[in-house]
Design a protein around this ligand. Sequence first.
Ligand SMILES: Cc1cc2nc3c(=O)[nH]c(=O)nc-3n(C[C@H](O)[C@H](O)[C@H](O)COP(=O)(O)O)c2cc1C
Length: 428
Amino acid sequence: MNDETTERLLDGLILLASRSPSPHNTQPWSPHIVRDGADPVPTVEVCVVPSRTLPAGDPSFRDVVLALGGWVESFAIGAAEAGYDAEVEALPQLSRLEELPLTGPADAAMPVLRLRLVPRLAAKAGGGHSSQGARAGTDATRGDAAAHPVDESAAPRPFTADDVRERAVYRGRLIGHPATWDDLSDVDLPPWLTLRRLDDRAMAYLSRLGIAFTASRPSIAKELLHWLRLDPAHPNYTKDGMTDTMLGVPAPLARLAAPATRWRSIRNPLLGVAGVVGRTAESLERARTLRPLALSLAESQDESPTHLVLVANARLAALDDGPRITAAMDSRIGVAEPDALEAGRALQRLWLHAHTRGLVVSPHSELIDSPLAHGLLRKRLSLGRSDVALSVFSAGVAAGAVQRSPRLTDARPARARTATPRPTAAPR
Ligand SMILES: Cc1cc2nc3c(=O)[nH]c(=O)nc-3n(C[C@H](O)[C@H](O)[C@H](O)COP(=O)(O)O)c2cc1C
């Protein structure tokens, strides 16, 4: 493959990866193809866009790094389909995101990731599954992407580029299908990541606490409003953020609320009211006691959605790796950033696992963002000191139509976009 063909492939993979999920649909990544480095073949470097991070809602950059992980996984899935493994190098800047300015464009001189294509056969020894190259390029075998890839003996991948394009979050009513989560062999979770089940009652209670927290912190609520797109007249309606249709807000209500997302004179009094309501709800709710988890799980109705928590064990992730233990202790996420990146890759595989079985997910980061809800969640799941809850989401069959979310790349030529949304399949 010559440089031009490699570049065309990389360009298509970047376009594919842009369909990855991100908090509030911020799309915090800024990838660019690097041609003139020491490498003989073009590589991709990814920077973080400060104005697309959430300093109030995601001060630890947990969701940014998880989203970058999802981006890498999508890129790797597309690369595998083209006969390549994606060798991923987590650069030191990934662990220093707090040095980024609060807002502004990406700085191309400060990439957080570097990705290189390696023919699948050549990479097999070290890069078998998608997640294995995430650690600063230590595991993956370096190959020559200029050679023609040989794909025959590479292991088949469970997810396709079309799955990446078609997957979507759904925030309406979910009908549970717990059996979907019994076999996760296609997800291939690393041993330090586990998926725990949360009962309906705790989920509803902790989500209320989390929403009350968001509403009562003006900086977080303001950030959320900034990323809402409740009117097609919003200049970024077709580019980013969360639209009325994605959120399932009826059009008349959305149009009524839309000015609050854009005009300070309406937004500020609204935030004041939300603050009072949120704080009142938080203090009323905090006194509640819940039935024991096992009892409550046993009582769960089959048709209620499955609530899942992705938990990382920082000690297991850093096993026999002293600097990594220090990195985990230094990280505000609770696990070293390269591990959080790998968790983001696994999270994308979990969401694709749901997608390929006709299910959708509805994330609930508010359970981790609210210190009160987070503390109760840890207690509910009996998490140990090294356990870090990274993501909470509900899963089930969508009771309504699943909407496609916009991307900054939607206006680009449709060279790599082929898929039309697949109708929701019956769960397998
Ligand atoms: C790390 C992470 C955290 C997220 N947290 C939430 C959340 O708390 N609530 C929610 O409704 N969506 C959440 N999302 C989903 C995004 O809003 C969604 O991915 C984005 O709007 C794009 O939509 P799509 O995934 O349907 O393409 C999260 C996504 C990621 C990657």
